[in-house]
Design a protein around this ligand. Sequence first.
Ligand SMILES: Nc1ncnc2c1ncn2[C@@H]1O[C@H](COP(=O)(O)OP(=O)(O)OP(=O)(O)O)[C@@H](O)[C@H]1O
Length: 138
Amino acid sequence: MASKNRPDRLQVGKNHSFWQSWLHAWTGLKTVVIEERNMRTHLVLGAVALFAGWWVHLSVNEWLWLALAIFLVILCEINNTIAENLSDMITGPNFSPLAKKIKDIAAGAVVFAAAFAVLVGLVLFAPKVWNLIVSWLN
Ligand SMILES: Nc1ncnc2c1ncn2[C@@H]1O[C@H](COP(=O)(O)OP(=O)(O)OP(=O)(O)O)[C@@H](O)[C@H]1O
């Protein structure tokens, strides 16, 4: 079947419009959220951090650091999912030392970004929580 006559779900050629590109990107994002438990965990923790930021009245700069930390973790998780799917597509259910290397490194990037997020969280929230505790005690 000619590429441009295929139903959308069988498309293999280039997108025909910005809208179609956007729709496929949106489908990709939904797929990561639906298929990856870790992504849902990151989203919940990110939402908790955003709520905490609203609660302690972060400044504009602090919001930017928090947003950077959340976006980095999500980007790395998306990247991790791409690496997992590519590996699975190539190796299938077989053990492959290269697939292991690729998946472990991609997972390492997520841990690296998560460590940055924890650091940002500590720098932003620890002093404010400490001040709150001190004001409650006095
Ligand atoms: N085909 C394979 N060959 C060798 N090792 C593999 C293979 N598939 C998975 N592994 C190992 O199992 C681990 C987990 O696999 P995979 O990343 O597919 O699962 P996951 O639960 O989605 O991981 P994550 O928690 O990073 O999202 C990999 O990091 C890798 O060490």
